[in-house]
Write a protein that binds this ligand. Structure first.
Ligand code: PRP
Ligand code: ZN
Length: 299
């Protein structure tokens, strides 16, 4: 297969999304090897190559058709879209999937000694951020006039350096804020990873691989919480038991040899199965309960 027909997927070089992004593609069946510090990894069993870049560059790479797909935080995508809109350009990439990793939030935080009493307290203050457009929108939406200090990094030390009174930055565990004696006071955006794609029509062979990948991603995301549950029960308990099976549409009911009044029930539960659920099932008459992880799923 020639260079042009290989899918190019941009992902974060090193950071909070890197391991989850490669893990997702591995679960989708991709085999690749990446040398240390290597910026490109070639898929060995799919016509798909990975480009490891700075997360902030991913929307541009997809916009400019250097890459066909990108795995990136919604925070980066939302900031880029606002920036493009402000400059009068329509957004040219499309979000095709919300992914379940990379959860964090863009928040405003203030130093411990800042007496904060609601969003009004930010009026007239300097707020340091690498997300000037998202912060600007938040301030406008709240009718607050404040100065946005746009930095390229190390936002969390800006108050200590006297460059700002508050910051607006990503928070996930909160340890960066804690280490810098900052307190989270407003949430600007809830974020998680997303898959973006170029809006240009792809050649058929590439387009087909995008569709296959999307289907596999859906399968991977579905099975993460899914469990296969097996149990025995008296026929009369079936209505009660079906109500208790979390997120399962149509369980398989199998007669038990030599026990006309008893059946085996097999079901895929699309939600986690907790001990409490098993206890309720048992109380409803179920026995021989078995819960198995689901490895792959294709609807
Ligand atoms: C963010 C943010 C903080 C840190 C917060 O940076 O700028 O430094 O993560 O996470 P915590 O609450 O778990 O301490 P990130 O790693 O996303 O890098 P980037 O903003 O430079 O891409
Ligand atoms: Zn970044």
């Amino acid at each position: 297969m020639d260079e042009q027909s290989r899918l190019k997927v941009a992902m974060q070089k090193s950071g909070r999304l890197t391991d989850f992004s490669t893990d997702l593609l591995v679960r989708c069946g991709l085999k690749f090897s990446r040398g240390k510090d290597q910026l490109v990894a070639f898929g060995e069993n799919m016509p798909l190559d990975l480009l490891f870049v700075r997360d902030d560059d991913i929307p541009d790479l997809v916009e400019e058709d250097v890459c066909d797909l990108g795995l990136v935080g919604l925070n980066v995508v939302a900031e880029k879209s606002l920036e493009l809109a402000a400059k009068g350009h329509p957004t040219r990439f499309e979000i095709v999937r919300a992914l379940e990793f990379g959860r964090c939030r863009l928040s405003i935080a203030v130093p411990e000694n800042f007496s904060y009493d609601g969003v009004r307290s930010l009026a007239g203050k300097r707020i340091a951020t690498t997300y000037p457009y998202l912060l600007g929108k938040f301030l406008t939406d709240n009718g607050i006039d404040a100065e946005i200090v746009t930095l390229s990094g190390a936002v969390e030390i800006a108050p200590r350096l006297g460059r700002a009174d508050a910051i607006c930055d990503l928070v996930s565990t909160g340890s960066t804020l804690l280490a810098n004696r900052l307190r989270e006071v407003e949430k600007v955006l809830e974020s998680h990873a997303v898959l973006i794609r170029t809006p240009v029509a792809l050649p058929a062979s590439k387009g087909e691989w995008v569709e296959r990948l999307l289907m596999r991603i859906d399968g991977v995301q579905q099975v993460r919480e899914s469990k296969y549950i097996m149990l025995h029960a008296p026929r009369s308990a079936l209505p009660a038991i079906r109500k208790l099976l979390p997120g399962s549409e149509s369980p398989t009911i199998i007669p038990l040899e030599g026990h006309p009044d008893r059946v085996a029930v097999h079901a895929v539960c699309r939600e986690n199965v907790f001990w409490e659920t098993l206890e309720s099932l048992k109380a409803a008459g179920a026995s021989a309960l078995l819960v198995l992880p689901v490895e792959k799923m294709l609807a």
